[in-house]
Structures are given as C-alpha cells and as structure tokens.
Design a protein around this ligand. Structure first.
Ligand code: ADE
Ligand code: ZN
Length: 337
C-alpha cells in the first residue's frame, strides 16, 4: 500500500547527512573525519541533549564543500522522502555553518536548488528553502547573513531560527525578522523544544512567526495553548527527534495526542532523520504504533501538513485531494499499515 501523502515542514538538510554519504564526501574532498568507520560514527549517535547532538551535527558538516556536495545531499534526502510519501518539502539550511568554514552562501543555495529543481521536474515534488539563523551566534551575524543572501532571495521562501535554544531567546533576532518580512519572506522559528513557553510567546509576538517549530513545551502554559489554538498557528512536531534529544523520555509518553486533543494544528516531521532514526514516514509509523493513533488521526496529521505549508491555494487543494483519495480507496497508514 502506498504511504499517505504528506508535506514535510521541519527538516534540516544538514541533518540528512547519512554516514555513508559523509564518508564518501570526506574521501572526495580530502577531509579527515575523527571516525575510522561508519559503525564507529554511528556509536556517537547516542545523544544526551540538543547541544550534544549539535556538536556532532556541526562537526560532520566539514565534508560539505562544493555545489555538487549540496546537490548530492539534497538528492539523497529527496529520494528517501519520496519513497515515504512526501509530496512537498520545506527544507531548512544553516548558511552560517558553511560560510564560517569558507563555503560561500551562493554555493550552498545553488547546489541545493539544483536538486530541488530536478525533483520538481522528474517527480512533481514541490519544495521551498528556509534559511535559518544560528541563534547561538550574534544578532549582527544574522543580519550580515541576511544581507549576503539578498541576491538569492528569489530562491528562499522563509527565514527560521535554530541551534542552541536556551539562553538565546527569539527577541534577540527582532531586527533580522523585520527585514525578512519587509522583503516578503515568511517567518518560522524553533521555540519550545528545550526552551520555555516564554520563547514561544516571543516567537509569536516579537518575531511574528507564521509557524512554530517544535513548540511541544507550549502545553506548560494554558494561555499559550489557547492563543495557538485560536490563531491556528501550526506546530511542526518531530517525535523521534524529541525522544533522541530527551525532550520526552519515551515515544509512548509523547504529548502529540494531548496536542491534537487541545485543538492545536500539529504536524509530524523528521527534523534530522539521519541522526534520529527515521524519515517522516518512519515518524508516522512510530507514533501510530507507540501512541495507538488510528487511520483517521494519521490523515488529520497529513491534512494539517498541507494546511500549514507555504503553498498557493490551488496546489494546496490538489494535495488535500490526494489525502482524501487515500481515505476513499481505504488506504491509510504508513509502510503497509
Ligand atoms: N538544528 C538541527 N536540528 C535542530 C533541533 N532539533 N533544534 C535546534 N536546532 C537544530
Ligand atoms: Zn529542527
């Protein structure tokens, strides 16, 4: 049975770097990795928290140097995503993690764009690029990054905010978000992953985000939940990531059902699938099994993903019809479910 059609809205392209490709690119670029084998590298994938993961995530990016590297990375992700039912993908990238290593921002954007254009052509998959600022770097660095991206803004749909959350509140980035909005870009931000509900309020009220990435800690603040429900602000939740980064203890304890029950516009996504044990379809399968979600709920999650996507209304309606088509023909669930 084919997988349910979905939009993936929370996906760091650098987080799709599988060990196999990391070693291949290291060889191609003459980069020496601090691991002798892929198995040795995989042992490092047992994370204690977000920072522990980020240390490895940034270290492995050393292998990404040329336009071809970024195109190969995105092609590999898109091939896997397509197999798992992704019809539309909104893809984060971290320009500062590359420019600080001497890789020009144009190399990153051109390489990724080549893969995105090709998959639209060959498989009709639509995509967007979301340029993220690293929140543990300065507000000035974010502004410089935004200005350096101006010649490429026709390729960028939105700005985002990621990396180490605690101690780096959204309000630090007020100005760069104002500039992005003035340039016609959509705005999203990671908030309420490790950080408190106050950071979600700031993302809404100071940055004016269109979506909140993660947002699971909103449940600690009743008034915040009421606001998110009233405005139907989408939350891009990443269940397997939350377990691997110890935001929740076990998938069986994940607040996804409570979030749906509260009326929040929740979507399911993979975050950094090469590191967290699964792509988006694997996340659907995992929550179905661990949380006992029925087929109707899985379809709601798929529908939500298209409702929350940065799509024109005609394309959105076409994708929503694909989800309803699954319902009518009795297909549902992932990977034979
Ligand atoms: N960068 C990549 N994955 C991230 C996550 N889960 N949270 C914050 N920054 C990230
Ligand atoms: Zn993320």
């Amino acid at each position: 049975m084919p997988p349910i059609p979905t939009a993936e809205l929370h996906l760091h392209i650098e987080g799709t770097l599988e060990p196999e490709l990391a070693f291949a690119l290291a060889e191609r670029n003459g980069v020496v990795l601090p691991y002798d084998t892929q198995d040795e590298l995989r042992v490092a994938y047992s994370f204690t928290d977000l920072q522990d993961f980020l240390d490895l995530y940034y270290a492995l990016m050393a292998v990404l140097r040329t336009e071809d590297d970024f195109a190969d990375l995105a092609n590999a992700y898109l091939a896997r995503a397509r197999e798992q039912g992704v019809r539309h993908a909104e893809i984060f990238f971290d320009p500062q993690a590359h420019t600080e290593r001497g890789v020009p921002i144009g190399t990153v954007i051109e390489g990724l764009s080549r893969a995105l254009d090709a998959v639209q052509e060959t498989h009709g998959i639509t995509t967007r690029l979301i340029m993220c600022f690293l929140r543990d770097k300065s507000a000035e660095s974010a502004l410089e990054t935004f200005e350096s991206a101006r010649p490429h803004l026709d390729r960028i749909a939105a700005v985002g905010l990621d990396s180490a959350e605690v101690g780096n509140p959204p309000s630090k980035f007020r100005e760069v978000y104002a500039r992005a909005r003035a340039a016609g870009l959509k705005c999203v931000a990671h908030a309420g992953e490790e950080g408190p509900p106050a950071y979600v309020w700031e993302a809404l009220d100071v940055l004016g985000v269109d979506r909140v990435d993660h947002g699971v800690r909103c449940l600690e603040d009743e008034a915040l939940v009421a606001r998110l429900v009233a405005d139907q602000v989408p939350l891009t939740v990443c269940p397997l990531s939350n377990v691997r980064l110890r935001v929740v203890d076990r998938l069986e304890d994940h607040p996804l059902p409570a979030m749906l029950d509260a009326g929040l516009l929740v979507t399911v996504n993979s975050d950094d699938p090469a590191y967290f044990g699964g792509y988006v379809g694997d996340n659907y399968t995992a929550v179905r099994n661990a949380l006992g979600l029925d087929d109707a709920t899985l379809r709601t999650l798929a529908r939500n993903s298209f409702r929350a996507a940065f799509l024109d209304e005609e394309t959105r309606a076409a994708y929503l019809k694909e989800v309803e088509g699954v319902q009518e023909s009795g297909q549902a669930g992932q990977n034979g479910g």
